[in-house]
Design a protein around this ligand. Sequence first.
Ligand SMILES: Cc1cc2nc3c(=O)[nH]c(=O)nc-3n(C[C@H](O)[C@H](O)[C@H](O)COP(=O)(O)O)c2cc1C
Length: 486
Amino acid sequence: MLSWCLTTITYATRQTNVLHDTCNRRPDDTSTTKDKIKYYTDLARLAERGKISAIFFADWFVGFDVYGGDLNAMLRSAHQVAHLDPLLAVSAMAAVTDNVAFAVTQSTTYARPYVLARQFSTLDHLTGGRCAWNIVTSYTKSSANAMGEENIIPHDERYVVADEFMDAVYKLWESSWAPDSVILDKTTGMGFDPDKIQRIEHKGKYFGVSARSQVHPSPQRTPVLFQAGTSKSGSAFAAKHAEAVFLNTFNVSQAAKTVSEMRAAAAANDRDPQSIKFFPCIMPIIGRTKEEAQAKYQRAVDNADPVAGLAQFSGYTGIDLAPYPLDEPMDLSGMSQAMAIQAVFKALEASEKEGDKPWTPRRLGMQMALGGLHPCPVGTAEEVADVFQQWVEEADVDGFNIGSVTNPGSWEDVVDLLVPVLQERGMMWKDYAVPGGTFRENLLGQKELRDDHYGSSFKWKGPNAPVVDKVNGEKQKVNGVQEVTC
Ligand SMILES: Cc1cc2nc3c(=O)[nH]c(=O)nc-3n(C[C@H](O)[C@H](O)[C@H](O)COP(=O)(O)O)c2cc1C
């Protein structure tokens, strides 16, 4: 039986599908205006009209330069390059909406905890609690080089860094300012109570913080936390920190396995396993009739650029596919996964294990160009809703991260054709659960972190209270401030 939270749908702005140059050739496509504020405000209004939960911004610091050893394929296709910083677009989107939320990607490898905590506190205030953070650890060498580093930090260590990063930001968000520290009384002229605002001392292996949070508590304090890693260390991180997880997989059985393993890992951390929400990526092509949907699909195929798709795959995995013969099956087992988004390999391997034909670079490039390594159902709204329903019922997912082949046409089809069918089937709410509320209220039923979430162990307990870390044991209190030992 579906519950209301299964209706939650996340709405992706990722341009991972039919690629940018293709879109440029379509007169109805607005992707070339991604450097204008109107693109973002129109998108926010459209999402809210469709009662969509959140707009998700994937983000990379640098274009992918793995394919052929350079950025050229990505530049030619205008794909995942010329990327504006999404954090700066969100305030404008919030100004024209009341309900839809915004999930923004930021990296624990290159940000500083104090700066990031301040940015998200600011965003949470300005959006009225409608923001989320997609926590990434940045896996590309080009990002490391852009930051002045010669090499990338090894995969598992990046998650150790991220784990410490989280401790530092939880402390800034949850325990620097007491709930009753904000007075702002015009009659007395009293602003904030200094006795209820404490300095955070974090002395870890990777980060240090010695400061009070610059920003007073925002509606959610900690933004809703998204994560997408599915390796062993990525899953462990998600089981501890994530409130929502993005999945990237073709088949429903693999998604079901991932979801049940991650829910079990959350339960082992004393969390309610259903309090982690799972959103598989999906890229539907929807028509008013089967024929119209097929025609839209054919138009996408005609415009797809498999080389740009391969360049994107190479960027995801760190493997240069340029030298591989286009029509020969690839030996997936021989490919190093050390730098990869491991979910990408798992998706390919799972599809082959299920009797799918072997992957060739050409087939892979087309698949990437037409949607990515996840379901791309083509059909009427009813047919597409059947696929959504199957994933909800068989994989226990809570919503979807929906991509597009053309902007805003694909998402208009979702809002105008698919949403009414999902609503009719009881799979999607008819209105936001808490209109005008925070994202967490709409996703999880409460404003701040749940008590069973690890970050809650950092909640303000008084200036001299010891902090108990549920996972790593008791932490020390030094001179009235909390010291984190990592
Ligand atoms: C669906 C999905 C979306 C992702 N989005 C981003 C992103 O926007 N920016 C980024 O730097 N990494 C992104 N990643 C990469 C992950 O954050 C992570 O670095 C990568 O998957 C390696 O971790 P893993 O081995 O645990 O999967 C994404 C991964 C997946 C599976």
